[in-house]
Design a protein. Structure first.
Length: 496
């Protein structure tokens, strides 16, 4: 069924949005949350399991100390209070990818709570209040085989329990109000900010395309100026920055259409469809009492000492805002250039490219122009595009050395995305190197002059700007593999 939508502008004229973002972060620990099983991504299905993470009778869990440390570091980086005493709880529900029929999580006693952070959108700062950051374990992964890829209409389903038990931190915001038409951008900026912060902490690889960072987007609308909260929906497992923004925008338009038509929004979970950019109904949303939370009897409480907490606080890396200011000064970027770099999720990529030897503006140019376009065309994040900062730096080094121009460099990126080898190998295999043979260049210039006598006469009469036409003719004959500056010099020498 096609959803009825109100235009985004009309929706925001009539209603005030409220956001709530729940971000799930897979930690990069070597073992799972409550057992010693490995956490390697992409292993053969069901090869990283044991009686504990499979929930077999008699298996006893043990808390992963590194996961607790990572949780505290995340909480501190989000300006949270760290609990002096907390414990785990059982969240009871059935689904095939939850082998124990309950999830070991935290309920009313999280390890971190009452925090805040800030994000900037179009020069305006938004304060995001953090309700909690709590520890839990991930579920397994169900694959529904069939035309839809979902359980409805599937021919059969497969379950991989390798992911079951991997340490998760769930970061939950308080309602985010006052964003107005910027709500989609604020949501995207917040998730991007979290990803940058978590990378800096070194607690997760935050690869959204692999599911190690996932966002549930809660949204509600209330009549403009009412100061109330409407009925919320929760769009589950949105796995890219672009999709976070699109999901918020879609739900604003959908809610507004329902409300303006006199209907009521159903409190439910929604599924996000990346291909069509829409959400569809999942299930009616459960409340806390439906999960029958109770304290986990097989795990002792966690009571981090104040000395440990303060030592972890002292070890925190440079805060993202200070890091951005330092990098901007070092690179000589304008405020707009830095804002665009951060907004594109390219800050770390540009930083790594510069560290690999590229000049700041060159690194920024490739990531924010050509590579960003390719990522957008394929619907993936820049970090998942398949080109590394080291490769970008190598391509730029070939440009700097005069072996490539920008047009040829773009063909090298084509080869990189096609998996044809290193930049140097692609240049050799595709024959992309700039022709530096003076004889060949001279012959091409002579041909261009002979074919365009009227243009040549203009240059002889002092109209140097006309040389552009001859340069274009030479570049066409040389298949773009000529140094345009050297071609210009030869043209002027011959016609002076």
């Amino acid at each position: 069924m096609t959803e009825t939508l109100l235009s985004f502008d009309d929706a925001l004229a009539a209603y005030d949005p409220a956001l709530g973002l729940e971000v799930h972060v897979e930690l990069n620990t070597a073992s799972k949350m409550f057992c010693g099983c490995a956490t390697e991504f992409g292993a053969e299905p069901n090869t990283q399991t044991c009686p504990t993470c499979l929930g077999l009778p008699g298996a006893m869990p043990v808390v992963n100390a590194t996961a607790v440390e990572s949780a505290i570091r995340i909480g501190l980086a989000l300006n949270c209070e760290i609990a002096e005493w907390c414990r785990f709880a059982r969240k009871n529900y059935f689904y095939p990818d939850m082998p124990k029929n309950f999830q070991t999580s935290q309920y009313d006693e999280p390890i971190a709570f009452d925090g805040w952070t800030e994000v900037e959108v179009d020069g305006e700062t938004y304060r995001i209040e953090i309700e909690r950051a709590h520890m839990e374990e991930d579920t397994g992964k169900s694959t529904h085989v069939g035309s839809t890829g979902r359980i409805h209409g599937a021919d059969y389903s497969l379950v991989d329990y390798n992911r079951a038990g991997i340490p998760l931190i769930e970061i939950v915001t308080k309602p985010i109000l006052g964003t107005g038409e910027k709500a989609p951008l604020v949501a995207r900026a917040y998730v991007a900010h979290l990803r940058e912060l978590l990378l800096g902490l070194g607690v997760s690889d935050v690869r959204m395309e692999q599911g190690s960072l996932r966002c549930d987007v809660n949204l509600s609308l209330a009549p403009a100026g009412s100061g109330t909260l409407g009925t919320r929906t929760e769009t589950k497992n949105v796995n890219s920055l672009r999709s976070v923004e699109r999901a918020v925008r879609f739900e604003v338009q959908r809610h507004a259409a329902v409300l303006s038509g006199g209907g009521s929004v159903l409190q439910e979970t929604r599924h996000w469809h990346e291909d069509t950019g829409i959400t569809t109904s999942g299930r009616e949303k459960s409340d806390a009492e439906d999960y029958r939370y109770f304290p986990e009897p097989d795990l002792v409480p966690v009571a981090p000492s104040r000395e440990w907490v303060e030592s972890l606080r002292a070890s925190l890396p440079e805060p993202p805002r200070e890091r951005r200011a330092r990098l901007q000064a070092a690179w000589g970027f304008s405020d707009l250039e830095m804002r665009d770099t951060v907004g594109a999720g390219a800050l770390s990529l540009v930083e790594e490219t510069i560290a690999a030897g590229a000049a700041p503006q060159a690194a920024r140019k490739w990531w924010l122009a050509d590579l960003a376009r390719r990522a957008n065309d394929t619907g993936v994040e820049l970090s998942a595009l398949g080109v590394t900062p080291a490769q970008v730096a190598e391509v730029q080094a070939l440009v700097d050395a005069g072996s490539l121009n920008d047009k040829l460099a773009r063909q090298v990126f084509d080869g990189l995305l096609a998996g044809e080898g290193t930049p140097a190998e692609i240049v050799a295999a595709r024959g992309l190197a700039i022709v530096s043979d003076e004889g060949a260049l001279g012959a091409a210039v002579d041909n261009a002059i002979a074919a365009n006598p009227d243009v040549a006469d203009k240059i002889r009469d002092g109209k140097v700007a006309a040389a552009g036409a001859l340069i274009g003719a030479v570049m066409k004959e040389m298949r773009g593999q000529a140094d345009a500056n050297r071609v210009r010099e030869l043209i002027l020498e011959k016609l002076s």
